[in-house]
Design a binder for this molecule. Structure first.
Ligand code: FAD
Length: 331
């Protein structure tokens, strides 16, 4: 076990959009804050599922890509310099006799705080990875499990491997950016694709190969040079490719709410209108929560996050003002 001796006012679990905004707001309330994220990147589902898609329902921002929103939120969160930890999955939470919480990650690192805000969503989604030998060699550079940073595909030959409508969406997004796009599907049909999507695909310049899978990858220093596909009739084809995008579905790692002794409903944490859970000193916000009328939206996480932060403040200092009435004082 590695113990961190500094005791924070607030420990936020989860660095999605809710956790980031909550970290910012905890700073506004003058609380020392640590945020722990299980992944290497912040932004949660927005960064994972919508990095290049436009989001239209954030107040005051007519449209913004997921990546740009997360960048702006990181900048906003950093205003009050919270401590941000990456790549640690919180496994256990214990309330000690002195009412401090000890949070322990799977890596055996102990974090301590006076209050906790759960902003984990329902957990972490990991892409189902390719099982091909050597594919790990390409993962940092030319093999991708999500479509982000579109510029890297500009003028390149890109292959998408998927039997899902997500693959169609990626291929069509790349059509105007890449030099050439191939879509390889190991099945004869695309799961969940609408007739309109299929029509757009077959009208496009994307070369679609059905009933065929990727058999080998060839390249050097992490950069792909060609991909060997094999049809289900055993015919092999060698295709020159710079990047390969794979969508084989997602695997959910649920946040361990039960082992944290939190009351749940449909695998989400039950909260009251203060965002308080059944454990005094633990609050929750965002997609992790359940209450009547809950909406699963980015903006809902913002309001819930600031309510949770205000509740944590009231728990620590019952005489503190209920909220920051104006942020103009921070200019
Ligand atoms: C395809 C899709 C499209 C969407 N489109 C929109 C839209 O247009 N507009 C809109 O408002 N909303 C949209 N949403 C919903 C929106 O993405 C969510 O409401 C929002 O991302 C929730 O943010 P969150 O921070 O609460 O949770 P998440 O984004 O799920 O973040 C939770 C974070 O916690 C981390 N975590 C989990 N467990 C642990 C643990 N034990 N230890 C450490 N870290 C942990 C995870 O790794 C993750 O980074 C969409 C969702 C999807 C899937």
């Amino acid at each position: 076990m590695v113990e961190n001796h500094k005791v924070y006012d607030v420990m936020i679990i989860g660095g999605g959009t809710t956790g980031l905004f909550t970290a910012f707001y905890c700073g506004m309330r003058g609380m020392t804050t640590k945020l722990i994220e299980s992944g290497s990147q912040l932004g949660g589902k927005v960064r994972q599922f919508l990095p290049e898609k436009l989001i239209y329902d954030i107040g005051g921002i007519p449209q913004i890509t997921g990546d740009d929103l997360v960048h702006q939120m990181e900048e906003q969160a950093s205003k009050n310099q919270p401590t941000i930890i990456h790549n640690q999955w919180i496994e256990t939470i214990t309330k000690n006799e002195d009412a401090l919480f000890s949070l322990v990650s799977t890596e055996g690192i102990v974090h301590q705080a006076k209050t906790v805000i759960v902003a984990t969503g329902t957990g972490r989604f990991d892409p189902v990875k390719f099982k091909l030998e050597d594919c790990a060699l390409y993962e940092q550079k030319s093999l991708h499990y999500t479509i982000s940073n579109l510029e890297q595909f500009s003028g390149k030959r890109v292959m998408v491997s998927s039997n899902n409508r997500v693959g169609i969406e990626w291929a069509l997004t790349l059509e105007d950016i890449a030099e050439k796009v191939y879509l390889v599907n190991s099945k004869k049909t695309f799961q969940h694709a609408t007739d309109l999507e299929l029509h757009r695909l077959y009208e496009s310049s994307v070369t679609v190969t059905l009933d065929s899978h990727i058999a080998h990858l060839h390249g050097e220093n992490g950069w792909l040079e060609k991909v060997i596909t094999k049809s289900n009739h055993q015919t092999e084809e060698s295709i020159e490719v710079d990047h390969l995008l794979v969508y084989n579905g997602l695997k959910m790692n649920p946040a361990p709410f039960d082992s944290w002794d939190l009351k749940t409903e449909s695998n989400k944490v039950v909260v009251d209108h203060h965002m308080a859970t059944n454990i005094k000193g633990i609050f929750a916000a965002g997609d992790a929560t359940s209450y009547p009328g809950k909406t699963m939206l980015i903006a809902s996480g913002y309001t819930e996050g600031l309510t949770a932060a205000n509740s944590a403040k009231a728990y620590l200092e019952p005489k503190a003002p209920a909220q920051v009435y104006s942020t103009v004082i921070y200019r």
